[in-house]
Design a protein around this ligand. Structure first.
Ligand SMILES: C[S@@+](CC[C@H](N)C(=O)[O-])C[C@H]1O[C@@H](n2cnc3c(N)ncnc32)[C@H](O)[C@@H]1O
Length: 244
């Protein structure tokens, strides 16, 4: 995802670090500390956060971890989420302005636990974070418009490569779901094949999300989805279940 470099990126992440899962010097991840013990969903490659902000309100009976490896991008996602939950806004001269007017600029605002809501952000690599999770602890995994990695030498980086699917199958609960959307025909064909060869059962799929009510009802558009649709590109989607 291309973005102009944001000023003071790490300072801005620090302001809202109460919403982030962190990795310590021993590569251990901090606990998400959700206030409610709800089933967990993970979005891999959340980009600027449109999807997780929408789905976490539309389906509030879940907790969500939004994973993104690019710092400036996840910073925008966390700020969008915080603003959408009435946790303040960017201050005109820098820093994060809380609803009661305090400014945090490069230091963490200890957001009261009951205000943090059901989303946490993690800046990092999907594979690394998933490998830290115990078996059978995730209800659904979402990948929206992930990089297709079209060149042959890079197939192992595709988020539907067999190695990723094995890891998803391990961390998902029995009956848990993998849900994917993409603009890319080649990547979609590859994903259908890869899922077909895996332990997942393909529940449903579409080559045109907008004309398939199973997928379009309640669909939450992502930033990339809006862009591709405005170019007339049809959105492909699949839903696969792991029975174990
Ligand atoms: C093409 S963008 C799509 C963003 C968003 N999902 C959307 O639909 O608007 C894909 C995003 O996934 C992130 N990403 C790709 N592979 C990842 C991985 N293995 N771990 C974490 N983030 C990843 C990229 O940094 C990028 O921001």
């Amino acid at each position: 995802m291309r973005m102009r470099k944001k000023k003071n990126g790490s300072r801005r992440i620090e302001n809202l670090s109460a919403l982030f899962i962190k990795k310590d010097e021993n590569s251990a991840y901090s606990a998400p500390n959700f206030s409610d013990d709800l089933p967990l969903r993970i979005e891999i490659g959340c980009g600027k956060g449109d999807f997780v902000c929408g789905v976490s309100v539309a389906e509030p009976e879940y907790n969500y971890i939004a994973l993104e490896r690019v710092g400036d991008v996840i910073m925008s996602a966390a700020e969008k989420y915080a603003a959408s939950r009435s946790l303040g806004s960017l201050a005109p001269n820098g820093g994060w302005k809380t609803p009661d007017g305090r400014i945090f600029d490069g230091e963490a605002w200890d957001i009261p636990a009951e205000l943090r809501g059901n989303v946490r952000f993690l800046c990092g690599e999907a594979k690394e974070f998933l490998s830290s999770l115990p078996d059978s602890c995730v209800e659904s995994i979402y990948t929206n418009f992930s990089d297709p990695w079209p060149k042959k030498g890079y197939t192992s980086r595709r988020l539907t490569h067999g190695d990723f699917l094995k890891e998803y199958a391990r961390v998902l609960i029995p009956g848990g779901y993998l849900k994917l959307k993409t603009d890319n025909d080649g990547f979609f064909e590859y994903s259908l094949e890869s899922v077909g060869e895996s332990a997942f059962t393909l529940v449903s799929h579409t080559f045109d999300l907008d004309s398939d009510t199973e997928f379009s009802d309640g669909n939450i558009e992502t930033e990339y989805e809006r862009n591709f649709k405005s170019m007339g590109i049809k959105i492909k989607a699949l839903k696969a279940r792991i029975d174990k």
